[in-house]
Design a protein around this ligand. Structure first.
Ligand code: SF4
Ligand code: SF4
Length: 305
């Protein structure tokens, strides 16, 4: 009979630190995904994200990232806000960007999880990832049983939806794996049908080049003409394919004051956005994910709508 005491203590520590879900998987080869990713890159569906090309070998083989990896831990952190910023007479910002940049908070907590794995008398190796490019985070999250990759390509937890940040840890510890999660999308196609740009025309596969999030967050060049008029008032990120997902009716508000919007951001109206100055941009977005996109790109998007 297996003793889950250590795995249970890791899950309890994760909950104590504010993560909502924690799961474990055995490190197994991801070679079966190679053709999917090489096709993805060959067809240029990755929209020139060079890390998707450069890290392919590492992404398929955790041992190249952390030699001796035996287990993978997946952690989900909730960012669903208690209040949605009013959308009437307003432009829309993705919920994950309402408050402070999550990378810093997540990385700190992931490091605390790594430290928790220390065991006396054992050489523990562990490495954590948050949006790093070197780990196939969604694949591991599904293998760890914390959710499945839905037709909108996001990780969905059956009991709590998809508004989660994902953290992954590779470790040389032998951990008892959880059962991998299965697909619960069934016949639903709401996200595919709701996507205003056709970026999900092949369910389970995002055409990054058509995604509003990509253009409003990452892409610094001109937004292509066919996206004009399709941005649905989105000025940073999108969320449409999450908002329509029935599993997100189960979303519960997060408990991190740092992820909440300021009263100034909550009070913005379309006219305020249209006259946004660099000073107000800095005040509104200092230390947030929006800051990284920069004032000029942000204003380019606003003027495009
Ligand atoms: S984020 Fe928006 S544009 Fe991108 S796939 Fe989802 S609905 Fe489509
Ligand atoms: S909207 Fe439906 S098809 Fe899309 S991810 Fe959610 S459950 Fe799956």
């Amino acid at each position: 009979m297996e003793d889950y005491a250590f795995e249970r203590s890791i899950s309890e520590e994760a909950l104590r630190l504010g993560f909502s879900f924690c799961g474990f998987a055995r490190n197994e080869s991801l070679e079966n995904l190679r053709s999917f990713y090489t096709d993805f890159i060959r067809q240029k569906d990755h929209a020139g994200f060079t890390y998707l090309e450069n890290f392919l070998e590492k992404r398929l083989n955790p041992d190249l990232v952390l030699k001796g990896t035996r287990s993978v831990i997946a952690l989900l952190m909730n960012y669903y806000p208690a209040e949605i910023i009013p959308e009437e007479d307003n432009f829309i910002i993705a919920k994950y960007a309402y408050g402070k940049d999550y990378h810093r908070i997540m990385r700190q907590k992931m490091e605390m999880m790594v430290n928790f794995l220390e065991k006396p008398g054992i050489e523990v190796k562990a490495k954590s990832f948050v949006d790093s490019g070197a780990a196939l985070e969604k694949v591991w999250a599904q293998r760890c049983g914390v959710g499945w990759q839905g037709k909108n390509t996001l990780i969905i937890n059956k009991t709590a939806g998809s508004f989660f940040f994902i953290g992954i840890i590779f470790t040389n510890l032998e951990l008892i794996p959880d059962a991998s999660e299965t697909d619960h999308c069934g016949d639903c196609r709401r996200c595919v049908e709701a996507c205003p740009t056709g970026a999900l025309n092949s369910p389970y596969q995002l055409d990054i080049r058509k995604c509003i999030s990509y253009y409003t967050i990452e892409k610094k060049e001109e937004t292509p003409a066919y996206l004009r008029g399709k941005l649905k008032d989105r000025i940073f990120g999108c969320d449409i394919c999450q908002d329509v997902c029935p599993y997100n009716r189960l979303s519960k508000p997060h408990a991190f004051p740092g992820f909440s919007p300021s009263s100034e951001l909550t009070g913005m109206k379309k006219n305020d956005w249209l006259h946004l100055t660099p000073e107000i941009f800095n005040r509104l977005f200092s230390g947030t994910a929006v800051e990284r996109t920069g004032y000029l790109h942000f204003m380019k998007t606003i003027r495009l709508i």
